[in-house]
Design a protein around this ligand. Structure first.
Ligand code: PLP
Length: 403
């Protein structure tokens, strides 16, 4: 795309966005597709040659939109608002064009840290029946990287409170098998527990490559998590002629690279692959009811408060319902009187209809529905329409419950 085409396509995009937001009520608020639906809509492999913009753009409606939850829809009442505005959309465009890197503690650095935490979860599991307390194991953990690794690797060790050993590289600034093996052996003799190696492909200082062919088998034999930080060089492996620099990659437990470095994708964007995603789930999974969905922010829209008050009144005027917690801002928490199952069934049916979208919460054992006014496009007529749908669905649920 050249400057001229960018000018033209940019204007088309602004029109598309304006139409999208203006006509958002016509869309089903919550998608009715299953995870994986995209697989049949996209080719098996990436194209060899770039495609025409028209073809790419057509995929927005054909491939992407069917899977979107429309957070800006007036019929979105789940979670909290996550609003945009026209000035904010324009500002984002400018920020992307300037593309200034904030150098924050995120992205590839985050992946090193995340992988380290996952590795720790796995080693704690392994020692579960060893008679040692988690705290005792944690104090003996030791991780390794080369003395050329990015500073974020050291930081990951600092934050996770584990020892990080910096292995001396060879003359080509590559971390080698013999060097790391010697340190691991010494650590084991001293009663420490080696658990994680961060190897770098494309170091920050010299774009040197650690020797995965030597490190991989050692990690496998020693039971160490092998994370590969290929922040910059990862993109180069698209080209077959550079893949020799990642030989031994099959031993990796996790691999991170930054599309925002070399794939012409905006900062910040890091891709993290993990061999065993279960380890990540075990490490980070928290399971509050309001984040659960069938397949498993907190900006307040002050305009929403009047509309939430209106919704609250509608609930209170219907004796089948109760407002389960005091409403203060733009969220009304309500439920059908009686057993939790009734409200659960009501929410399930409402969300399945795709006409409104809400999430539940559990308040002192009571299953409740959270109704949040999240969109700046919500009007009185939308609240009245939503209530009509909720009320009619409740009638069906109560009728089915009786019969
Ligand atoms: N790892 C390596 C090898 C890097 O060269 C860099 C940055 O240049 C990073 C990690 C940090 O990447 P990020 O800014 O995405 O955290």
């Amino acid at each position: 795309m050249d400057f001229e085409e960018y000018r033209e396509r940019g204007k088309e995009m602004v029109d598309y966005i304006a139409n999208y937001l203006q006509n958002i009520r016509q869309r089903r608020v919550f998608p009715n597709v299953s995870p994986g639906y995209m697989r049949t809509l996209v080719p098996e492999t990436a194209p060899q040659d770039g495609e025409q913009w028209d073809d790419i753009f057509r995929d927005v409606e054909r491939v992407i939109m069917p899977g979107i939850t429309h957070w800006q829809s007036p019929y979105m009442h789940a979670y909290f608002p996550a609003l945009n505005s026209f000035p904010s959309l324009l500002g984002d465009m400018l920020a992307d064009a300037i593309g200034c890197l904030g150098f924050t503690w995120v992205t590839a650095s985050d992946c090193t840290f995340i992988a380290l935490l996952a590795a720790r979860t796995e080693i704690l599991r392994k020692f579960k029946n060893s008679g040692l307390e988690d705290m005792e194991i944690n104090s003996r953990l030791v991780a390794y990287c080369s003395d050329q690794a990015h500073s974020s690797v050291e930081k990951a060790g600092l934050i996770a409170l584990v020892k990080m050993r910096f292995i001396e590289c060879d003359d080509e600034l590559s971390m080698r098998g013999d060097a790391i093996q010697e340190v691991i052996d010494k650590d084991r003799e001293d009663g420490l527990i080696p658990f994680y190696v961060c190897a770098t492909l494309g170091t920050t200082g010299a774009c040197a490559f650690d020797n995965l062919k030597e490190l991989g088998p050692i990690c496998e034999r020693e039971g160490l998590w092998l994370h590969i930080d290929a922040a910059y060089a990862g993109t180069a492996f698209i080209c077959p002629e550079f893949r020799k620099y990642m030989e031994g990659v099959e031993y990796a437990n996790s691999f991170a690279f930054n599309p925002s470095k070399w794939m012409m994708v905006h900062f910040d964007c890091t891709a993290l692959w993990v061999k065993n995603s279960g380890a990540l789930h075990r490490t980070f999974n928290v399971d509050p009811l309001y984040l659960q969905h069938e397949n498993t922010g907190a900006a307040i829209d002050y305009m929403g408060i009047r509309l939430a008050t209106k919704f609250e009144l509608l609930v209170r005027n219907d004796s089948r319902f109760e407002v389960a917690a005091k409403r203060i801002l733009g969220m009304v928490v309500f439920r059908l009187k009686g057993e939790n199952e009734l409200t659960e069934m009501l929410l399930k049916r409402l969300n399945r209809s795709g006409k409104v979208h809400m999430v539940p919460a559990l308040l002192r054992g009571k299953y409740v529905i959270r109704f949040t006014v999240t969109s700046q496009y919500t009007e009185d007529c939308d609240i009245e329409r939503d209530w009509k749908i909720i009320s009619a669905t409740a009638t069906k649920v109560l009728h089915d419950d009786e019969s």
